[in-house]
Design a binder for this molecule. Structure first.
Ligand code: AHM
Ligand code: MG
Length: 320
């Protein structure tokens, strides 16, 4: 059985990524080293979350751990964290060819009640050897070479794509290793769940309002969708990836660009959705084609099952 095979032939995340990278003759293991430092950060946060640290402490701790692990990897040049107003430029002796954008602890308002939270990350490569600048990360999401998230929930799970599909690894606490448990995740083509903060409905635009109305009162004979909203992006996107459906954080009158951040929330999740066969749309275009002008820029986002995102795209197209 497949399940038994996994149990004895332990495909750790490091082994998996080494295998993938060996397809590129020029690969020297730099990506594997970078990733193992991200994995270390995820293990640290997982253990801190399980110990029940307070929100304030955990936010700061998680950020410190990721920044230090990434700098010391010797493989990064620019870091952008949701927790730091400015980008971090790595000193020349420790520089490497990667730039990492991340939200060390997303959904942290959920910590004190024990709801799932997560880390989100995206990785770019530097395409020059001059001094690094923020221009090195102000690039469209379609230029990312890898993206992923780690969810700290009932189990700790790391979901990763290096551009060859989406793969899920579960932390085995007794081994301290992430083991491949969900190879080649594909999102169902159509789902029956929608996920949105409906408390903002009075401020939505026409297409979003119409879309959510259709979810509840379909006019084409299909059954109404179920609503699921954790309010923790990693948990909401993870469910969407596995069960199908749509997650939306739309624009509204109060927040014309929505809430979520382009570089380290919208891009990594959109990258994963596309790699899993779904779509990600901003209300105007493909999310991965956005070109951010500021490191903490926001964008509305609609992502999930291919057919469900098609529907919202059609509603926005009618507006134009
Ligand atoms: P945070 O970075 O301050 O934690 O906010 C991001 C979170 C996401 O995880 C989640 O999708 C969203 O905020 C929920 O926002 P809201 O409470 O407005 O529904
Ligand atoms: Mg966040």
């Amino acid at each position: 059985h497949e399940a038994d095979a996994y149990r004895t032939d332990l495909m750790t995340i490091t082994r998996f990524v080494l295998n993938e990278q060996s397809k590129y003759p020029e690969s020297r293991g730099d990506f594997t080293i970078l990733l193992s430092n991200i994995v270390l950060g995820c293990k640290f946060v997982c253990s801190a979350v399980n110990k029940g640290e307070e929100q304030k402490k955990l936010d700061v701790l998680s950020n410190d751990v990721f920044v230090k692990a990434l700098v010391s990897s010797g493989r990064t040049s620019v870091l952008v964290s949701e927790e730091d107003e400015e980008a971090t430029f790595v000193e020349s002796s420790k520089r490497g060819k990667y730039c990492v954008v991340f939200d060390p602890l997303d959904g942290s308002s959920n910590i004190d009640c024990g709801v799932s939270i997560g880390t989100i990350f995206g990785i770019y490569t530097m395409n020059h050897t001059d001094e690094p600048t923020t221009e090195d990360v102000l690039k469209p999401g379609n230029e990312m070479v890898a993206a992923g998230y780690c969810m700290y929930g009932s189990s700790c799970m790391l979901v990763l794509s290096t551009g060859t599909g989406v793969h899920g690894f579960t932390l085995d606490p007794s081994l301290g290793e992430f083991i491949l448990t969900h190879p080649d995740i594909k999102i169902p083509k159509k789902g029956n769940i929608y996920s949105v903060n409906e408390g903002n409905a009075q401020n939505w635009d026409g297409p979003t309002t119409k879309y959510v109305e259709n979810c509840k009162f379909p006019t084409d004979g299909s059954p109404a969708k179920s609503l699921r909203y954790v309010g923790s992006m990693v948990a909401d996107v993870h469910r969407t990836l596995l069960y199908g459906g749509i997650f939306l954080y739309p624009a509204d009158k109060k927040s014309p660009n929505g809430k979520l951040r382009v570089l380290y929330e919208v891009f990594p999740m959109s990258f994963l959705m596309e790699q899993a066969g779904g779509q990600a749309f901003t209300g105007k275009k493909r999310a991965l084609d956005l070109v951010p002008e500021k490191i903490h820029e926001r964008s509305p986002i609609f992502l999930g099952s291919y057919d469900d995102v098609e529907e919202i795209k059609a509603l926005y197209a009618m507006e134009e």
